[in-house]
Write a protein that binds this ligand. Structure first.
Ligand code: SAM
Length: 328
């Protein structure tokens, strides 16, 4: 096998030196019913359908679900094939119906999808959960099309088990550059403040997110997973819908973004992933997160708009070892 040659500034995670012993030490498989204590801060390397029945009842505060979309996609050599809506719906129902048991009565669930699978996810989710909103987020990257609109958005369905749920709107406000920096009669800034990066205002979060950057090769969070979610995107779900110490569960963990982000934000996590390769990525990222709590675009407990000075500062910072007990 020829080794990949990376550009000097390429920070993509390299797992080529991680063997099966590393995987064995850093992941588990379930063969019998298992208690929440044993599952805390673990990654399970197994087919979801083979371990689901061994997970306990009502132990999850926040479930973040990023399933394969209804598209042709290869995950670690395993092809997921696009199918008709009805077949995809049956597949979604086959796991969502069984995941509900794991949720606490005041739990929240977020389910990721694209425009083609959004209606199917809504229809299945509304059978088991209360739908509260649909977040649409802009993907900067994406191929242009000659005969269609370029696809550069994705959806996330925001659902809760019941009427009682946790939502911290203050924690997820967005810091935006001020276009018209008005001052009051005394000349003091009205609702904005002067930062090193410019004039900014903290604004109410909406369900349309244009502040997200997809991981790319010069970002430390980047891996070779084909559909890796940005840590900032997941951080917004976590800080708005969970408290420190809560249990975050991701049944389609991939490269581990939700577990890593949960760890950086002082939450507990559990992830399930069928691929050994992706579990190695997740485990390596989790080890790195012990010393590096940075989340690009989230600093001083605030989410910054895309390409703001603060986001760049975080991206360029090489200091990965400094412990900050929070985010930078
Ligand atoms: C959309 S990706 C998740 C990406 C993830 N959010 C990240 O940031 O890396 C879906 C993942 O589900 C995994 N998967 C598919 N079927 C599975 C199954 N039956 N059990 C466990 N994992 C599965 C795939 O290998 C893939 O990594």
């Amino acid at each position: 096998m020829t080794e990949k040659v990376r550009a000097p500034r390429n920070q993509t995670l390299d797992i080529s030196g991680l063997d099966s012993e590393f995987l064995r030490r850093n992941s588990i498989t379930l063969s019998c019913p298992t208690s929440p204590d044993v599952l805390r801060n673990k990654i399970i390397n197994q087919d979801l359908f083979d371990c689901l029945d061994n997970l306990p009842d009502a132990f999850v505060d926040l479930m973040i679900i990023d399933p394969p979309y209804n598209l042709d996609k290869v995950y670690a050599g395993k092809k997921f094939s696009q199918t008709d809506d009805e077949t995809y719906k049956e597949w979604v129902d086959s796991w969502l119906s069984r995941l509900i048991r794991l949720l606490k009565p005041d739990a929240t669930v977020y389910i990721c999808c694209d425009w083609q699978s959004s209606n199917v996810i809504h229809s299945v989710a509304s059978k088991y959960l209360k739908i509260r909103s649909r977040i649409t987020w802009e993907r900067e990257k994406g191929r242009g099309s000659k005969d269609n609109w370029k696809n550069c958005s994705e959806d996330i369905w925001y659902c809760t088990v019941g009427k009682k749920y946790f939502f911290d709107v203050e924690a997820v406000k967005l810091m935006k550059r001020v276009i018209a920096p008005y001052r009051d009669g005394d000349g003091k800034p009205k609702d904005w403040s002067e930062k090193a990066e410019g004039k900014y205002r903290l604004t109410h979060p909406s369900n349309l997110w244009t502040d997200i950057s997809i991981p790319f090769w010069s970002m430390p969070e980047n891996t070779d997973h084909p559909t890796q979610k940005p840590e900032k995107l997941i951080a917004k779900l976590i800080v708005s819908s969970s408290k420190k110490g809560d249990m975050i569960f991701d049944p389609f963990m991939g490269s581990g973004t939700s577990c890593v982000t949960a760890k950086k934000l002082g939450r507990n996590y559990l992830g399930i992933e069928i691929s050994e390769e992706y579990c190695k990525m997740a485990a390596a990222r989790l080890i790195r997160a012990e010393d590096d709590k940075r989340i690009q675009g989230y600093s001083d407990g605030v989410f910054w708009e895309r390409n703001s000075g603060a986001e760049q500062k975080n991206l360029n910072s090489k200091d990965k070892t400094e412990k900050r007990g929070g985010v930078v």
